[in-house]
Design a protein around this ligand. Structure first.
Ligand code: TPP
Length: 568
C-alpha cells in the first residue's frame, strides 16, 4: 500500500513498539508532525531539542528500550548534538529523527540547512540521510536494530522534507534490517580456559563491574558469578545498581571519588576481572601505576575496548549475559576469606564514610541531604543526577540496591542532563518514584523543562543542591589553583519563586532537621515539588584521586571531626 514518507515513519515507529516520543517541531519536520496525529503515539513537547534527546536517553536508561527524539532541521538538529554525544559516551540506545530541507536544496545553504549527518558522525553509532520516501522504512528499521544490538548507542535519521511528503510503497517486512555490524567473535575456548585458570588461582581478586551488566540485563548472571567466586565487587559510576549496594561482597564505587578502600583493594589485587566497563581515565587514574600486580581479564561486548586503555592478559568478547554462565560451572568454589578480611580491615582504617567526619552543628551538608534522601525514600527511588559534586555525593551516599535506579551522565559529564532525563525516565516508568538531584549550575542549563513537566502533568521531585558555586570546578580550583575561584561563584534566582512561576510547588530547606520533612512532603504530593537545599558553600568531595595521579595517591578529608553518630 502506498503511503507518504511521513506516514511510513510513524507506521514503523508503532511497529517498533514506540509509545512516546520527545520533540520540538519546525518547518522541515512539519509533514512528519502533521502525519503523527493519526497514530497512537504520545508526543511530549519539550522546551529545547537538547531536552528531547536527554529525555529519550533517560527513557532508554530507565527501561532498556529505545528512546526516540524528533526535531527540525538546522538549529533543531544541532541542538541535539549534546544529547547524542551524551548517549554515545554512555552507550544509550536512542534514535533521533530530524527533518532536512528538500533534497533539491541540499548544498545550497537553504534556510535552516545543516549537514547534520556530517556534524553528528563522531557522536552517533550510525546515521542516515534519507532523500526518498521508499528509504524511510529500511532506515528506521535498521536504526532501531543498530541502536539496541551489540553495544547500544544513538542513531540519527535525517529525512528530507520531500521524502516525508512524497509517496512510496510501504512494506514493513520487506524493510527488515539486513544482517549488520561486525562479525561475531572468533572461537574463544582458549580465552575461557585461561580466564578460568586465573580466577581459580587468584588470592586477591577484585571484580570491576560496569554499565555493560545493566545494558545487557545480566544482573542475575552477574550476582551468581560474584557469589560463586566470592570475589568482591567494585563498581564504576555507571555500574552502580548492577550489584546490590547492601550485598556483603559489594565494595562500592571505584576511581576518582571512590572510597579509599576500594581503590586500595584494586591497587593490591592480584587479579582484576573487568566486566562491561571500559577503563575510563576517571576509573584508572594514571595507567603507569594502575593495579601494578594484577593480572587482568576483560569481558566486553565491543572488541574495540579490549586492550584500548589497559592491556589485559585475557580478553573475552561477548555479551556479559552469555559469557558469565559459560564460566560459572568450571569455577572452583573459592575461599577468599583472608582477602575479604583484609578488605574489612581497609574499610575500618580508611576515612570510612566520610559523612561521619562532617560537623553537624546546624550546617547543612550535601552529603547529609543525600543520605537523608536515601533514608526517607528507603533507597527505593529512581534517582537522576546531573554532573558535579552532587553527582559524586549521590554515588557515595545513596545506596542503590536496585538495577536502573541511578541514571547519570558518566562519560560525557553533561550538565543540564538531569531534569530532562528524569522526565524521560518518569514517562517510561510512570510508577517509579523519580528524584532529580542537581546542582544550582546544571539546573539553570535546562530548567526551562519545568514547563514541560507542567504541560505534561509529570510527577517527579527535584532536589537542588545549591552551594552558590559551580561546585566541582571550584573544588579543582581549591586543590589545584590555590583557591583562585575564577568564574565559579554563581548567582542564582530564587528557585522557589521560579518554581512558583511555572506553577510548581517549591520548598526552601536551610537546616538539617528540615531535610526529611521536606522530602516527605514532596513524596506525599501527587505532583512535582522542587526543594532548594542551601548547603555549605565550600564543601569538598572526598576522597579524591587528582587527575593523572595513581589510585592510591588520594586526597582525604583533612581533619576528621567528631563522629555524629549518624547511621549511614
Ligand atoms: C555542559 C557542561 N559545561 C561545563 C561542564 C564542566 N563542569 C563540570 S562540573 C561543573 C560544576 C557544576 O556545578 P553545579 O551544577 O552547581 O553542581 P555542583 O558541582 O555544585 O554540585 C562544571 C561547570 C560540564 N560538565 N558540562
Amino acid at each position: 500500500m502506498k503511503k507518504t514518507g511521513a506516514q511510513i515513519l510513524w507506521e514503523c515507529l508503532v511497529r517498533e513498539g514506540v509509545a512516546d516520543v520527545f520533540g520540538y517541531p519546525g518547518g522541515a519536520i512539519l509533514p512528519a508532525y502533521d502525519a503523527m496525529l493519526a497514530y497512537p503515539i504520545r508526543h511530549i513537547l519539550t522546551r529545547h531539542e537538547q531536552g528531547a534527546t536527554h529525555m529519550a536517553d533517560g527513557y532508554a536508561r530507565a527501561t532498556g528500550k529505545v528512546g526516540v527524539a524528533i526535531a527540525t532541521s538546522g538549529p533543531g538538529a544541532t541542538n541535539m548534538v549534546t544529547g547524542l554525544a551524551t548517549a554515545m559516551m554512555d552507550s544509550s540506545p536512542i534514535v533521533c529523527i530530524t527533518g532536512q530541507v528538500g533534497s533539491r536544496l541540499i548544498g545550497s545553504d537553504a534556510f535552516q540547512e545543516t549537514d547534520i549527518t556530517g556534524v553528528t558522525l563522531p557522536v552517533t553509532k550510525h546515521n542516515y540521510l534519507v532523500t526518498r520516501a521508499a528509504d524511510v522504512a529500511p532506515a528506521v528499521r535498521e536504526a532501531f536494530y543498530l541502536a539496541k544490538n551489540g553495544r547500544p548507542g544513538p542513531v540519527l535519521i535525517d529525512i528530507t522534507k520531500d521524502a516525508q511528503q512524497s509517496q512510496a510503497e510501504f512494506d514493513y517486512d520487506a524493510a527488515a534490517p539486513r544482517p549488520h555490524g561486525r562479525p561475531g567473535p572468533p572461537p574463544q575456548e582458549a580465552n575461557f580456559r585461561e580466564a578460568l585458570a586465573l580466577i581459580n588461582a587468584a588470592e586477591r581478586p577484585v571484580i570491576l563491574a560496569g554499565h555493560g551488566i545493566l545494558l545487557g540485563n545480566a544482573m542475575a548472571e552477574f550476582k551468581a558469578f560474584a557469589e560463586r567466586t566470592q570475589i568482591p565487587v567494585a563498581m564504576t559510576l555507571l555500574g552502580i545498581g548492577a550489584f546490590p549496594a547492601s550485598h556483603t561482597l559489594n565494595l562500592g564505587m571505584m576511581g576518582m571519588h571512590g572510597e579509599a578502600w576500594v581503590n586500595t583493594a584494586i591497587q593490591e589485587a592480584d587479579l582484576l576481572i573487568a566486566i562491561g566497563m571500559r577503563f575510563d581515565d576517571r576509573v584508572t587514574g594514571t595507567l603507569a601505576s594502575y593495579a601494578p600486580n594484577a593480572k587482568k581479564i576483560h569481558v566486553e561486548i565491543d572488541p574495540a575496548e579490549i586492550n584500548k586503555n589497559v592491556p589485559v592478559d585475557v580478553g573475552i568478547i561477548g555479551d556479559v549475559r552469555d559469557v558469565l554462565p559459560r564460566l560459572l560451572p568450571a569455577i572452583a568454589p573459592g575461599d577468599r576469606s583472608a582477602w575479604l578480611r583484609k578488605i574489612d580491615e581497609l574499610k575500618g582504617g580508611s576515612a570510612v564514610l566520610d559523612i561521619k567526619n562532617l560537623p553537624d552543628e546546624g550546617h547543612l551538608y550535601a552529603a547529609h541531604v543525600i543520605n537523608d534522601l536515601w533514608r526517607a525514600t528507603s533507597g527505593k527511588a529512581l534517582v537522576v543526577t546531573d554532573v558535579g559534586q552532587h553527582q559524586m555525593w549521590e554515588a557515595q551516599y545513596y545506596h542503590h540496591d536496585v538495577p536502573r535506579s541511578l541514571i547519570t551522565s558518566g562519560g560525557l559529564g553533561t550538565m543540564g542532563f538531569a531534569l530532562p532525563a528524569a522526565i524521560g525516565a518518569k514517562i517510561a516508568r510512570p510508577n517509579a518514584e523519580v528524584w532529580v538531584v542537581v546542582g544550582d549550575g546544571g539546573f539553570q542549563m535546562t530548567m526551562s523543562e519545568l514547563a514541560t513537566i507542567v504541560q505534561e502533568g509529570i510527577d517527579i521531585n527535584i532536589a537542588i543542591i545549591n552551594n552558590g558555586y559551580l561546585g566541582m570546578v571550584r573544588q579543582w580550583q581549591e586543590f589545584f589553583y590555590e583557591r583562585r575561584y575564577a568564574a565559579t561563584p554563581l548567582l542564582s534566582p530564587d528557585f522557589v519563586k521560579i518554581a512558583d512561576a511555572y506553577g510548581i510547588r517549591g520548598i526552601n530547606v536551610r537546616k538539617r532537621d528540615e531535610v526529611i520533612p521536606a522530602v516527605q512532603a514532596a513524596r506525599k504530593a501527587r505532583e512535582t515539588v522542587l526543594i532548594d537545599f542551601a548547603v555549605e558553600q565550600e564543601d569538598t568531595v572526598y576522597p579524591m584521586v587528582p587527575a593523572g595521579a595513581a589510585l592510591h595517591q588520594m586526597i582525604r578529608r583533612p581533619s576528621p571531626i567528631a563522629e555524629t553518630g549518624e547511621d549511614v
